[in-house]
Design a protein around this ligand. Structure first.
Ligand SMILES: Cc1ncc(C[n+]2csc(CCOP(=O)(O)OP(=O)(O)O)c2C)c(N)n1
Ligand SMILES: [Mg+2]
Length: 319
């Protein structure tokens, strides 16, 4: 990885963390309604995976603010979406779980656990049919691998040799349920082994994630067929803003925080690329300013007009 890319990944991780902290604050202040799932702790995976998957189509989960920004969405447009404003990426209609930008080939955000997986299979099928070589990436949590649609998707993707990268972001919890209470093993890649090549990476190390996703996408572009990548991560906050997070010990969380992806990347920027305190502070201040701008923009943006509320809503008329 060259210095420029390492700096870009570090900047986006810092931006992502600052963005999430601001979102948390404004949720508590009542500026953001509905659900809010924070990605704090998982930025190493979220940023590196998006940077590595060049071109191609991306489907993700409801915990997607940082992924959306790393993919190229403007922080202002993402924050405005959280605030439910017309200038939001989904015109304020989707909110936190539905950040959608076809121009970036980024299709959300799905509130249905694992719902994005069969959608990505359909997209990969279409891309294969069209002769596209970019590939499709679908990101989902460990909990999503317990659903039936997940296994059907593995089966179809491997039978049809689809250009699809399955990425399991394993943070070991589905809300308050530890993965080993509902699955026979901790590493979910095992479930995909009968169907396709699997890879496992440390999701707290952005460089490793970047290299693994690049390698997988390159293989897929060469006609390899589907690949399953598992990244072990850790979320520092509760599942969503309504989760008091009482099911994990402080010790467990502290072990995670000891592997913080942003700190690891900062140490690498210093030791490998020779960056000093000043260069690091400049990047941090730039990220803070971008988040302040995003909040100011979202706060002063317009609410959708009341008469447009039923736009794009399908109504089935009877009789
Ligand atoms: C089909 C379906 N079942 C249940 C839920 C409720 N629910 C929302 S998030 C979640 C946990 C999912 O955990 P995981 O896939 O590990 O993702 P993480 O939140 O850890 O990123 C559940 C059960 C839902 N949204 N959709
Ligand atoms: Mg999980």
């Amino acid at each position: 990885m060259n210095k420029l890319l390492a700096e870009e990944i570090y900047y986006d991780m810092v931006l992502g963390r600052q963005f999430e902290l601001a979102a948390k604050e404004h949720y508590m202040a009542g500026d953001i309604a509905g659900f809010l799932h924070l990605d704090i702790g998982q930025e190493g995976f979220s940023v590196a995976a998006m940077k590595a998957f060049e071109k191609g189509d991306v489907f993700t989960t409801y915990r997607e603010h940082v992924m959306a920004i790393a993919r190229g969405m403007e922080p202002k447009a993402v924050m405005a979406e959280l605030f439910g404003k017309e200038e939001g990426v989904s015109r304020g209609r989707g909110g936190s779980m539905h950040l959608f930008e076809p121009a970036l080939f980024f299709y959300g955000g799905d509130a249905i656990v694992g719902g994005q997986i069969p959608n990505a299979v359909g997209c990969a099928y279409a891309r294969k049919f069209q002769g596209s070589e970019d590939g499709v990436m679908v990101v989902f949590g460990d909990g999503a691998t317990n659903g039936g649609a997940f296994f059907e998707s593995l089966n179809i993707a491997s039978a049809q040799k689809l250009p699809l990268l399955f990425v399991c972001e394993n943070n070991r919890y589905a809300i308050g349920t530890e993965i080993t209470r509902v699955a026979p093993f901790e590493r979910q890649a095992k479930k995909a082994e009968p169907y396709m090549v699997t890879m496992e990476v440390d999701g707290m190390d952005a460089v490793t994630v970047y290299e693994a996703v690049r390698e997988a996408q390159t293989l897929i572009q060469q006609g390899h067929g589907p690949i399953f990548l598992e990244a072990m991560t850790c979320r520092y906050e509760g599942h969503s803003m309504s989760d008091p997070d009482i099911y994990r010990s402080k010790e467990e969380l502290n072990i995670c925080k000891g592997k913080d992806a942003i700190e690891q990347m900062e140490a690498r920027l210093r030791s490998k690329y020779g960056l000093g305190d000043e260069a690091i502070s400049v990047m941090r201040e730039r990220a803070e300013a971008a988040v302040d701008d995003a909040v100011a923009f979202a706060a002063s943006a317009q609410e959708p007009a009341v008469e447009t509320l039923a736009d794009n809503v399908f109504v089935e008329r009877r009789g």
